[in-house]
Design a protein around this ligand. Structure first.
Ligand SMILES: NC(=O)c1ccc[n+]([C@@H]2O[C@H](COP(=O)([O-])OP(=O)(O)OC[C@H]3O[C@@H](n4cnc5c(N)ncnc54)[C@H](O)[C@@H]3O)[C@@H](O)[C@H]2O)c1
Length: 443
């Protein structure tokens, strides 16, 4: 039936029956904090704080209808008890050892989760030291062509699905950030990409081999890191052809999350920004990888773009065209995962008078990222069951550098992103979209 606000057909959503396998390339701080959190929630040791799918509500109909179910009661999402986890890493630590090494969660909590965590052992990774430079580890697939590696990953996926009795799978990249690359000719079409896999084209990264394997197997793929993976015509086309949802990139946590909260507010009041200086210290493995200039460049690009897109200097030259924006990340081991991010924002108001805002965010990166992994896994599975394929722009809410259709600028304002996400959910269930016009209350 067509939606009464948009006229667009309401999709049919297949039920979430059976188990959902969540496949995670990279079993470091984010992955282990995510899995440990889900296990803790299942045991009643924690609440799903930070997760939209588990905690948020959605208003349906008029404000006077008082109808605001929880998202998870409104839509047929997979239940936490039906999730099964698997992954790959270059280190062979099981999930309990990896979580201990990551140092995010307290030892006492991890001890209570030891049994389920210990059972998750990473499969050997597809790795290339040209793409992630500061680390290396023993748990890798034997040398072979990139196409053979893709086939080995597909075999891993097949085996995981069968051994765990999963009815569906999703993949969320939580591996290290790869060095910055722009799309190359090999990424142009499915044919050139497959030829490149067979010829070991150096422009094809390990994350693209995982994504290719996922898309070939019909598994939705979300990119939690800032590097180029599915933002390549070959892979977006493959996602469309195979009916698979994709989204990315770079989980919106920490400093960029703050930027996307504050910048839309300043712009909404037509306040100018002369400069925005952001600096971070962090000491986890992610920080170590980002200490490499190539990986930092991927991160910098993704962090810089959000602010420029929100403030739209081309529309408001008096307010934002001379803004000086700088982002720095410093690897500082004593901090581990407990990062600190400082922002100095030089703003100006009426008659050009200057003011300053200082932010000191003592954040925990993986604590902010873990619920996003959960939400993305559940929403990507939902999207696939609703027949949605290709780029899922409605999931921009979760990303620093959202993927969009070619030529379309991404929407970075987190409140617009949230409205887009909730309206998409309303549309999926045949509900009226909420426009916030509200004149009917005064008729
Ligand atoms: N924590 C956050 O708030 C946040 C926010 C945005 C993006 N991210 C991104 O998420 C990713 C994970 O972050 P993290 O803090 O867990 O990092 P981490 O370093 O703790 O974990 C990454 C893991 O990936 C593994 N790895 C690297 N290359 C691999 C490959 N080819 N195959 C399989 N495993 C591989 C590493 O061995 C490591 O264990 C990073 O790319 C990071 O930039 C994190």
């Amino acid at each position: 039936m067509p939606n009464n606000t948009t006229g667009r057909e309401t999709p049919e959503i297949r039920p979430a029956s059976g188990k959902l396998g969540v496949l995670l390339p990279g079993m470091g701080a984010v992955t282990t904090t995510f899995i440990a959190g889900v296990e803790a929630i299942k045991l009643g040791l924690a609440k799903p704080i930070g997760s939209l799918t588990q905690m948020a509500t959605i208003r349906l109909g008029k404000r006077t209808d008082n109808n605001t179910p929880r998202i998870k009661d409104f839509l047929p999402l997979a239940e936490l008890n039906d999730l099964v986890f698997g992954g790959w890493d270059i280190f062979d630590d099981d999930c309990y050892q990896a979580a201990t090494h990551a140092g995010v969660l307290e030892a006492g909590m991890l001890q209570q989760l030891k049994k389920p965590l210990e059972a998750i052992k990473p499969m050997p990774a597809v790795f290339d030291p040209e793409y992630v430079k500061r680390i290396n580890g023993p748990n890798q697939k034997p040398p072979a062509s990139k196409m053979e590696h893709a086939e080995m990953l597909m075999e891993d996926i097949r085996r995981f699905k069968e051994e765990n009795g999963c009815s569906r799978l999703v993949m969320v990249w939580c591996g290290s950030t790869e060095v910055f690359h722009l799309p190359a000719p090999v990424h142009a079409t499915i044919e050139t990409f497959e030829e490149g896999l067979r010829n070991n084209d150096p422009e094809i990264s390990p994350s693209q081999i995982y994504a290719y394997a996922a898309l070939r197997m019909g598994v939705p793929y979300a990119n939690g890191a800032p590097h180029l993976t599915t933002d390549a015509p070959a892979l977006t086309e493959m996602a469309r052809q195979n009916g698979v949802p994709i989204c990315g990139k770079d989980f919106k946590t920490g400093q960029t999350f703050m930027k996307t909260l504050i910048a839309p507010g300043l712009k909404s009041r037509m306040l100018g920004v002369a400069g925005w200086f952001s600096s971070n210290i962090l000491g986890n493995r992610d920080g170590e990888v980002l200490d490499d200039p190539g990986s930092f460049k991927s991160k910098e690009e993704s962090k810089l773009s959000a602010l420029e897109q929100i403030l739209q200097p081309e529309l408001y030259p008096d307010l934002y065209s001379n803004m000086y924006h700088k982002v720095r990340i410093h690897y500082y081991p004593p901090r581990g995962d407990a990062k600190e991010g400082w922002d100095n924002i030089d703003i100006f108001g009426w008659m050009g008078y200057p003011m300053q805002i200082k932010i000191d965010f003592l954040c925990r990166d993986s604590i902010l990222a873990a619920p996003l992994v959960l939400d993305l896994a559940l929403f990507m599975d939902l999207a696939q069951r609703a027949g949605m394929k290709g780029v899922q722009e409605w999931l921009s809410f979760f990303f620093k550098a959202p993927m969009t259709a070619p030529g379309l600028y991404p929407e970075h304002d987190i409140f617009i992103q949230l409205m887009k996400l909730k309206n998409t959910l309303r549309w999926m269930k045949g509900e009226s979209l909420i426009t916030h016009l509200g004149l009917e209350y005064y008729d």
